[in-house]
Design a protein around this ligand. Structure first.
Ligand SMILES: Nc1ncnc2c1ncn2[C@@H]1O[C@H](COP(=O)(O)OP(=O)(O)O)[C@@H](O)[C@H]1O
Ligand SMILES: [Mg+2]
Length: 265
């Protein structure tokens, strides 16, 4: 793990009302890491991202962002360093892509500053260029396909110029070309700009292919964390998903690949 710790989660317990969804969750993410959060439906992946972004208040445990307790960090200061692409993001439908992407600059505005600065415009252009949405900039969000809209949401997050990017199933509902495009972009930013990435990923093979490390949740607890080859084993997948799989290797990258075993074979 690299030297600086971006995020330290210690004994986090968090849920909705009286019901704890996450229980005693602990993990660390170092600067420049690309961490994948995986686990069955309802295992608490989205809840974990909500806790890190202060949408939910933990009932126990603590979280440190760059060594500082996030309870003491104001939301606007958090948004200067951390950007989020939510699962099924909504809103912005009446805006053009460019207007929407520029919203990413709001946390960086000074009080009573209403006009975009040159840097705001630069950041928006760069974010749209990186995500391939520049040619869509005058189109309305409501007129875009699901894949194009997802790219616009990622562009807004990049326009925020975060140090830590959180994404909740950014490739869900995308075709394979869009999936690879999004993950290649995240990898390039992670490697080139040392952007720290934590992505909830549904697809175990994409998670194994792109992530340095995986955090596997089961029923709101960390079941296993480690390198993709340590986490994506038939035994661990059987324990967590209750399903029978065979794990091979990608002939290209040698990363683990999970093959389902249909009943009766
Ligand atoms: N807003 C909410 N209110 C109450 N319970 C919720 C809410 N959101 C999620 N849950 C519950 O929390 C558990 C974990 O959900 P979630 O974090 O969304 O899982 P995942 O993202 O891994 O599919 C589920 O049992 C879900 O029903
Ligand atoms: Mg979820």
């Amino acid at each position: 793990m690299s030297s600086e710790r971006v995020l330290e989660v210690e004994g986090l317990t968090c849920g909705y009302g009286q019901r704890a969804v996450l229980r005693d969750v602990s993990f660390e993410v170092g600067e420049g890491e690309f961490v994948g959060v995986i686990g069955p439906n309802g295992s608490g992946k989205t809840t974990l991202l909500r806790a890190v972004t202060k949408v939910l208040e933990p009932s126990d445990g603590r979280m440190l962002l760059y060594g500082k307790d996030i309870r003491g960090i104001k939301l606007v200061d958090l948004a200067r360093r951390v950007a989020v692409v939510s699962q099924n993001p909504e809103g912005g439908f009446g805006m053009t892509v460019e207007e929407f992407v520029l919203l990413g600059r709001v946390p960086h505005r000074r009080k009573f500053q209403f006009l975009e600065t040159k840097h705001d415009e630069y950041a928006a252009e760069r974010a749209m260029a990186l995500t391939g949405t520049l040619q869509l900039k005058r189109r309305y969000l409501r007129e875009l396909s699901g894949g194009e809209r997802q790219l616009a949401f990622i562009a807004k997050a990049l326009c925020q110029e975060p140090e830590l990017l959180l994404l909740d199933e950014p490739t869900a509902h995308l075709d394979i070309a869009h999936q690879i495009r999004v993950l290649d972009l995240l990898k390039r930013l992670n490697r080139g700009d040392r952007l720290t990435v934590i992505a909830v990923l549904h697809d175990l093979n994409l998670a194994g292919e792109y992530c340095d490390r995986l955090l596997l949740l089961k029923d709101g607890r960390v079941h296993k964390t480690g390198l993709p080859e340590e986490v994506l084993t038939p035994r661990v997948i059987g324990e967590v998903y209750g399903t029978n799989v065979v794990v091979g290797r990608s002939p290209v990258s040698s990363k683990p690949y999970v093959f389902p075993v249909p009943e009766g074979i």
